[in-house]
Design a protein around this ligand. Structure first.
Ligand SMILES: [Ca+2]
Ligand SMILES: [Ca+2]
Ligand SMILES: [Ca+2]
Ligand SMILES: [Ca+2]
Length: 140
């Protein structure tokens, strides 16, 4: 199985139920993911996340996701955050892992896609869009 949090012990017939539960939990947690990200990283307290604040968030997330402290993120560590195709596209030097540079470039790319009004920052409303959710997912 590639959705790692549920581990190898999930038997086949339970997987579907676990997936449904995971989807439900994801849906429920969406507003709070955006809210808690803003609460934690909106350093200047203006209610939106600017590029500098997003970079700080990305640096912290990189360290969190890099469980084995190799300073690179492998496919397993990235897990649900990216599809195989997205992972391959983000792996700019094709060495099979994401460096901090590659990860931050990916976050920056998603930040720009989510910034619908191009004002250089992400509002709660922008974080709630599909592109905003894709931005949040790589930071989780
Ligand atoms: Ca801010
Ligand atoms: Ca690692
Ligand atoms: Ca790489
Ligand atoms: Ca914006």
């Amino acid at each position: 199985m590639t959705f790692l949090p549920f581990g190898k012990s999930a038997s086949g017939k339970n997987v579907f139920r676990i997936l449904l539960l995971a989807c439900a939990l994801t849906a429920l947690s969406r507003p709070s993911v955006a809210a808690s990200l803003l609460e934690r990283y909106d350093a200047n307290g203006n209610g939106v996340l600017d590029a500098e604040e997003a970079k700080d968030a990305a640096e912290d997330s990189f360290d969190d996701i890099d469980k084995d402290d190799t300073d690179t993120l492998d496919r397993e560590e990235i897990g649900f955050r990216l599809t195989d195709a997205e992972f391959a596209a983000a792996d700019l030097d094709h060495d099979g892992v994401l460096s901090e540079y590659e990860y931050i470039a990916l976050v920056k790319n998603r930040f720009e896609k989510a910034d619908k009004d191009h004002d250089g920052s992400l509002s709660q409303a922008e974080l709630a869009t599909r592109a905003g959710q894709a931005f949040l997912r790589v930071l989780q």
